[in-house]
Every structure is written in C-alpha cells, then in structure tokens.
Design a binder for this molecule. Structure first.
Ligand SMILES: Nc1ncnc2c1ncn2[C@@H]1O[C@H](COP(=O)(O)OP(=O)(O)O)[C@@H](O)[C@H]1O
Ligand SMILES: [Mg+2]
Length: 457
C-alpha cells in the first residue's frame, strides 16, 4: 500500500500541482513564481551583464585605497590607507522591473554620453545574458530608456482579427483608419495606423501571409465609414470576393489606369475643397465637409509593372506616375495605399524606387532571398534583416514591421480566413458607397464624368 502521507508522495504532488499550474495558467504562474525570481537575478547580475554588454563607463571617484610603501630606514613594507582618485566601472541605474503578460519592462538611467540606440544595439546580447527570447527598446525620454524583455513568444498563438464594434456614439474622425490587425511581439496590439503613417507596404514570399493581412485589414476597416478600393491584376481572384464592400475594383490594366486617373481627379477636387476652407488636410475640414477616406488595396504590385510588349510600356509608365502622385499627395487628402507584393524593388521598373520611398511603413513577411528583405526594410538595423530572414515557414503571418520611430518589431496578423473576410464584406455591405458617391463625398456636388470601370457604379 502507498502511504499518502509519505514525504516523497507529498513532494511529488506539489511538483505535479506546479506543473499543472504552469501548463494551464501560465500567466499567473509567471506573475507569482517566475517573475519575482527573475527580478532578483536581473538586479543581482546587472553589474556583470552591463559590463559584458559594454554599457558601463569608467568614472573617477575619490576612494580610500591601501597603498604598500617601503619604509627606507628599516626596509619594512608598511601598508597605508590613502584617499585617492581611482577609476571605477559605473553601471547604468536599473529601475524596478515591472511584469507584463509575457515578460517585463525595465527603465534605465542613461550614463553621460549614452543614447537609447546604445541599448538597441545590444538587445540580442542582453536577451542571451538574461536567458529570454528577446529584448526590445520600447520607449525613451531624456536620460531614460525603457526595455522590454520577452520571455515567451506571443506570436505562436494569435487570436483571429475581428471586426471592431462601432464606438459608443458612432465613429468620430479620431477613431477612423486605425484597425487592429494582429499582435506585436511585445504583446501589444498591432495597429495599422493610417492616420500616423498613410501608406503601407506588405511584402513577402508566397504563402507568407500577405493575403491574410489584407483580410485582417478588410475586416478591421469594413465597419468604419471608409471607402475601400481594390487593384487586383490576378484577374480579381483575390479581391473580387470582397466586392460587396469595395467601392471600385480594377482587374485589368486599362481598368487600373482609369481608376488611378479617377483617384487623381478625386485628389484634385479634395485639394480645391481644402483650399476653399483654408485647411491643410481633410482632417482639418469641418465634419460636414470632410470627404470619406479611401484605402486603396493593391494585390501583387508586380503585376501592375510587368510589360509584355512595347505598347504596354507606356501604360506601365503612366501607372507608375499615377501611383507616385497618389503616394505623394494622398496623405493630406485621405487617400491611402497598401501595396502588396513578393518583391517591391527597382527590378520591377523605374518609378518603383521612388514609390517605395513614399511608403512610410513596411511589413516584411517571410522572404526567400535576402535582397527582398533589404528592399523592403530599407537600410534599417541589420538585426531587423536577420529577424525577417529567420521567420519560420510554420508561422505564416509573422512579419517584421517598422514603426513610426524607425524602430522595428516582430508581429503577427490575426488569422482571418477568406470566408470570414467575405462574410465581413457582406455584413457591412450597406456602408459601401458607389464610386460616384466617393468622388463626390464632401464636395457638395458630383464629379463630372467618373470613368466606368467601377464595378459598383
Ligand atoms: N496570421 C496567420 N495565422 C495563421 N495562419 C495564417 C496567418 N497568415 C497566413 N496564414 C495561413 O498561411 C497560408 C498562406 O497565407 P496567405 O495569406 O495566403 O499568403 P500569401 O498571400 O503571402 O501567399 C494560408 O493558408 C493562411 O491561412
Ligand atoms: Mg496571396
């Protein structure tokens, strides 16, 4: 018979309980058991870690030191204590670590001559020293830098992206165009904030999660009073399922050119409206006069730039010029681009480099070749390129995303099946304005003669 009161049995039961706790309630396990131990070890080892990562500085201090001296008359060595200036290693002051769901945050006081970038450069070293997944700089103030330690990768399980509920009292201008599409590796929501960064690039190899991001974006924007426009030169295979919520969809090259020239006409009309009101952008216009924002989804940018013969070359040049104008002027006029593609580089043709320079935020999914990562993320931190190239194929939807501050982060879009996106498009179909209504919105009159490519006339 096993005695249930035997000490070994008791230990075994406690161990099993701990294992079950860790398995079924990892968050509370982390807060209660792991985090306090981590705090002690972080503070205990900080001098060594800071010195190993080159974050300490030599400083001169007055110090009591023991100095051996030879007494000449007797030849005896005597040890004297003297007040002396010596160089000592100073470590940056470490604030108390604060727990987060999947890690911790710590603020450090910068030593004289240090900048937050000095910490950004040694994030990987810190992660290894602290035995955690990753470390990122998440904020800075004068004289301070805040780091986030990530103990478990929150990107392995990401909840599906859902259509956001309308805020109480209806959509206000400030709520628009900031859909949540997934999760950042810090555990925070990944918001594609078009108001902050007007245009986005969505790059990656096939099966890396580009279309999923478009789906998540569609689901996030569908309930908002926003016009969506699609360019899909794969014959409409990708975007035509969402037509119920699209104000226009172009699927052939000539439709694309027509739609682009309409968009430019719309921009011209909006520019005049802004000038009449003395506004610098549509957000400064009174609510009643503000035209509806337009988000242009381009699936497979390369298709827009491919030329089969000389005749098409002229069309491609005009397409490139039109896109560039929209990218340059769209920000103030509420016209936003999301450019998706496998490669978005100069090999597509002249004009692509200039276009890319106008795209403020980059999303780089898994890529097949290093050049694509370089093209997409530009000359960002080499660490960002390494992170982009090490995205595992088993985790589609994971991407390296650049932020408004030039820093980068890993992120993953919430899974949205084509069916779910299609459902969202149908659910919110009544919000779809026809292309003529989009062109006329906020202007108080219909634009003359919108072209007839639009599939929702
Ligand atoms: N964030 C995600 N979470 C889970 N699965 C995803 C995610 N993103 C993409 N997938 C899956 O990966 C596969 C490829 O994604 P897709 O968006 O079609 O890639 P792409 O458009 O780049 O070829 C699809 O089966 C999709 O369901
Ligand atoms: Mg796709």
């Amino acid at each position: 018979m096993i005695d249930p009161h035997h000490p070994l049995i008791k230990i075994l039961l406690v161990l099993l309980a701990l294992l079950a706790w860790r398995r079924w309630a990892p968050v509370s396990y982390w807060y209660v058991l792991v985090f306090p131990r981590k705090v002690i070890s972080l503070r205990w080892t900080w001098r060594h870690v800071a010195s190993g990562c080159g974050l300490t500085k030599k400083r001169h201090r007055w110090w009591f030191t023991t100095v051996p001296g030879l007494v000449a008359s007797t030849g005896v060595v005597q040890v004297k204590r003297r007040f002396q200036r010596v160089a000592v290693d100073t470590k940056p002051w470490m604030g108390l670590p604060r727990p987060t769901r999947n890690g911790f945050r710590i603020t450090f006081h910068l030593l004289d001559g240090q900048i937050p970038d000095d910490y950004a450069k040694v994030c990987e070293r810190l992660a290894h020293a602290w035995r955690i997944e990753a470390v990122r700089v998440v904020g800075s103030r004068p004289g301070r830098v805040t780091l986030q330690g990530i103990t478990s990768d929150p990107l392995t399980h990401v909840a599906a992206a859902m259509p956001p509920a309308a805020p109480p009292g209806g959509w206000r201008a400030d709520d628009l165009l900031r859909p949540i599409v997934g999760v950042l590796e810090t555990g925070a929501a990944w918001r594609m904030d078009f108001r902050l960064i007007p245009h986005w690039m969505n790059a990656g190899a096939t099966q890396s999660g580009k279309s999923n991001l478009i789906n998540a974006l569609l689901v996030g924007l569908a309930p908002q009073p926003v016009a969506l426009v699609g360019f899909d030169l794969k014959g409409g295979m990708e975007l035509s399922a969402y037509q119920a919520r699209l104000s226009a969809l172009a699927t052939t090259r000539s439709e694309c050119l027509d739609l682009l020239s309409d968009l430019i006409a719309v921009m011209g009309a909006r520019m005049m409206a802004c000038r009449r009101h003395g506004a610098r952008d549509i957000w400064q216009l009174p609510d009643s006069a503000r035209p509806i924002p337009v988000v242009v989804l381009v699936d497979e940018l390369a298709e827009l730039f491919l030329t089969a013969d000389k005749a098409e070359k002229d069309q491609v040049t005009r397409t490139a010029t039109a896109l560039l104008r929209i990218a340059q002027l769209g920000r103030a006029l509420g016209i936003h681009l999301v450019l998706s593609g496998q490669r978005i580089g100069s090999d597509l043709g002249p004009g692509v480099t200039a276009l890319r320079a106008q795209i403020g935020s980059r999303v780089c999914h898994r890529v097949n070749d290093p050049e694509t990562a370089v093209m997409t993320l530009g000359d960002l931190d080499p660490d960002a390129l390494v992170a982009a190239r090490s995205i595992a194929p088993e985790l589609p939807g994971v991407a390296v995303v650049t932020g408004s501050d030039g820093r980068w982060s890993r992120a993953r879009s919430g899974y949205v099946s084509d069916y779910a996106a299609e459902q969202a498009a149908h659910t919110y179909a009544e919000l779809t304005l026809s292309w003529a209504q989009v062109a006329a919105s906020g202007l108080g009159h219909e634009l003359p003669n919108p072209s007839h490519h639009a599939l929702n006339p």
